[in-house]
Design a protein around this ligand. Structure first.
Ligand code: TYD
Length: 340
């Protein structure tokens, strides 16, 4: 199978590519990735020399680049996206361009080239905050951040191409991913890398926001299954094995890492911060999916990975881009009260 992966230098995409190359000897992967701030060729250094993988630097919103890459593809797995909620609050423009226009360019090319399967990788954030119960695939979309709104828009665009043009597409909506190669602006890698340096983790608001935690390798396995067995036009929720609030997460990681209490600083809350996400995954289970990693085991693997790969993340945190984002985002930190 010739697979076009978009955004394969990113966190989830790179883990998916490594998984597919190992799990399927017959797959050849072309990775179309612009190498934005969050894309890192070092994440795939171990497979980059192999004959079954190739990276093409290009923008999914560029129809000519997309057309060239789509030629000969049997299937597409579309990860390329701006993903960080806090950045979308600071400036939403890149989110609209990549997540919405980029998806439309890909869908048009997939139609032209008669691709046999299009997997659109999306997020549970499109459902918005759910006070109780679980979000099901048919629930109303109530995105609250510009990021979530851009993903909801792209999900609907995919739906329209299925209904109107008969494109054989499926949508997946995953919960909060964690694991190796996640850019350290996200909560877990920020926490782990800050604590390796004995620096505080900035906890937003009261820390009672609940997230469902999905190990990225289980996500990769679920996507491989949906690629094979998913039914055209369907949406599949992909949740993790553990749901908890941010206070519990902080405490679990603190204990795992052997860090003394006190390295948490309460900062003002993110505007529009969704209180809780939770997914009903019975459709995915009906396809035969089972998690391979327990939560504590996966957290430990993640902590170990960041401890063992300082050469991967230290340069990222030193870069001007991270620092200027961090100082914009955490200007509030200086005003925050120390706690715990
Ligand atoms: P994040 O990793 O940004 O994922 P998302 O917002 O897409 O769920 O954040 C996970 C949770 O952690 C979320 O409730 C926000 C919170 N958070 C903090 O408390 N401090 C931080 O510095 C970050 C980045 C997130």
């Amino acid at each position: 199978m010739r697979l076009l992966v978009t955004g394969g230098l990113g966190f989830i995409g790179s883990n998916f590519i490594r998984h597919m190359l190992a799990a399927d000897r017959g797959v050849r992967i072309l990775n179309l990735d612009l190498r934005t701030y969050a894309g890192n060729p070092a994440s795939l250094a171990d497979v980059a020399r192999g004959p079954r993988y190739r990276w093409v630097k290009g923008d999914i919103a560029d129809p000519a680049a997309v057309d060239r890459c789509m030629k000969g593809a049997d299937a597409v797995v579309h990860f390329a996206a701006e993903t960080h909620v806090d950045r979308s609050i600071l400036d939403a423009s890149a989110f609209l361009r990549t997540n919405v226009v980029g998806t439309q360019v890909l869908l048009d090319a997939a139609l032209r080239h008669k691709v046999g399967r299009f997997v659109h990788v999306s997020t549970d954030e499109v459902y918005g905050s759910v006070a109780r119960g679980l979000s099901r695939e048919g629930d109303r979309l109530e995105p609250n951040s510009p990021y979530a709104a851009s993903k909801a828009a792209s999900d609907l665009l995919v739906r329209s191409y299925v209904v109107t043009h008969g494109l054989p597409a499926v949508v997946t909506r995953a919960s909060n991913n964690f694991g190796p190669c996640q850019y350290p602006e996200k909560a877990l890698p920020l926490m782990i890398t800050n604590w390796i340096d004995r620096e505080p983790f900035p906890l937003y608001g009261d820390g009672r926001n609940v997230r469902d935690w999905l190990f990225v390798l289980d996500h990769a396995r679920a996507l491989a299954l949906v690629l094979r067995r998913g039914r055209t036009g369907e949406i599949y929720n992909i949740g993790g094995t553990h749901s908890c609030d941010n206070r519990e997460l902080v405490e679990r990681v603190r204990v795992l890492m052997g860090v003394a209490p006190g390295l948490v600083r309460r900062v003002p809350d993110r505007p529009g911060h969704d209180r809780r996400y939770a997914l009903d995954c019975s459709k995915l289970k009906a396809l035969g999916f089972q998690h391979a990693f327990g939560f504590t085991q996966a957290l430990q693997l993640t902590v170990d990975w960041y401890r063992g790969h300082e050469a991967w993340w230290r340069p990222l945190k030193k870069k001007g881009g991270f620092r200027s984002y961090y100082s914009r985002q955490y200007a509030a930190l200086r005003k925050g009260r120390a706690s715990r």
